[in-house]
Design a protein around this ligand. Sequence first.
Ligand code: F6P
Length: 565
Amino acid sequence: MSNAEFYIYTDGACSGNPGPGGWAAVIMHGHSVQEISGHEEKTTNQRMEMKAAIEALRQIPPGSKVKLYSDSAYLVNCFKQGWMKRWQINGWMTSKGKPVENQDLWREFLELIKINEVEWIKVKGHGGDQMNERCDHLARRTMENQGVANLEEEQKMCPESDIPGQDQKCSEQSEESTLDAHENTFKKSIKTGVSNNRPVRRLGLLTGGGDCPGLNAVIRAVVKGAGYNYNSEVVGFNNGFKGLVENDAFLIDDFTVSGIISRGGTILGTSNRDNPFDYRPGGSSDYRQTDNDRSGDAVENLKKWDIECLVIIGGDGSLLLAHRLSEIGVPVIGIPKTIDNDLPATDVTFGFDSAVTTATEAIDKIHTTAESHHRIMVVEVMGRDAGFIALEAGMAGGGDIILIPELPFDYSHIVEKIEERQGRGKKYSIIVVAEGAYPVGGEPLYQVKGAVKRLGGIGSQISREIENRTDMESRATVLGHLQRGGSPTSYDRVLATRFGVKAVELFQAEKYNEMVCLKGTKIESVPLGKAVSGTKRVDLFSEQVRAALAVGTSFGAPINGSSGG
Ligand code: F6P
């Protein structure tokens, strides 16, 4: 339990403060004041009061001491009178055998309470209790500041005497001055629902395309970087461009990104099928064009959330869409990701190092079985039309033959290398092949053809061909999506963090329509238009390829004037 002590003041709807369907909470801690408010269609005071308390508890660090002031008997008694325990024992049934209402909220409440030390303080209903007036007053003020409540409406609905804060006799003055004094030090407003004028700037965030290790590290960096340094908020769109078109979004708070740096995948979800300019709801398997341009909805949804700039984390496809959005006037910032490392405007993309690490570990394991069985083991790795994963993992894993899309291979050359090794007493060989590699005169092998092609199968083809051409046994292993899964390496976590922080800096400087990138050892940015042109591929004349050749690695064909190892 930490020593941090927080004071939470909540108010729901029916006192007329903060208004029908509204809720508000204020958190005070030392020199910080945080105001939170929201609105719901479903108007019951009990539910609104719970929402206020839950939302407030979500904002404070776990392990805190909390004094929670509320005028809701429902809320306080549930804990103080032991109703909650009884409900849990009875399978969430009331003593009358009816299902407990608002179970979703109660369950979340329970979780939040477990991780904090909460003292429940029931304040008397309005009119007679100074503390209650303070709650009402702060709640009202929060709603006014954030413009969520329609106060005129509210006043019409409530008799004058019901509106706390009108009573000048109460001792709000001192509370008011304390609040004002603290306000400039740190103030954060959180709002759910429609747009209004707030002092806080907002950026949107989505992850598009195939997932890769490090996406969560970037999300974390953007949210923390924006919140800590610029008092800015981040709205996350779920499932890539689908969430943008369908307004499936939420405000990502600090707790949501807590502990995710080491997690693979993306907490936002992703999709490599949804294009706002040609939108196919549900994604159709034959990828027919629909001419269903929903980019207007995307723009509207950004406006609804008051988003000034959209940060798009993606590979070439998503960055191309980012560029198209920028062309219709959406301020965007791109962050490059892909395990393939095939984006020309950055030296490295995050995800690549993790994929290479996974592939290398797999090759190490295959090595031992290759050796035991005297077999030719073929390991097929991803990378689309670029051979970076094959080259890097092949070198790191001590592969004897590395086949990459940049250099069509020759079966007789491969067999020569295998036989040359046999001649030296090496009864096994490891071939690392990129999924996009193909033989001289041939073409890449696709499992699925169409608008979105899916490469695969070259490993098995090579393995069969080797068995036909030699008297050796051969097996193929396709590493596939293993390379995209799991925890990011420390290199990727750091690169992702640096990219995320740079994106927030660009946002702060209003330097839009750029993509962050790594140049040498520095994080920089390049115009998006430039970033999305072309594909980076392995340079056959690079020092790295020469190094591989120098240790006897074959590339399956003559290369750089050498016979190819
Ligand atoms: O671009 C990343 C990547 O993993 C490629 O290496 C691979 O060809 C492709 O995505 C696979 O895509 P999907 O997950 O849609 O099959």
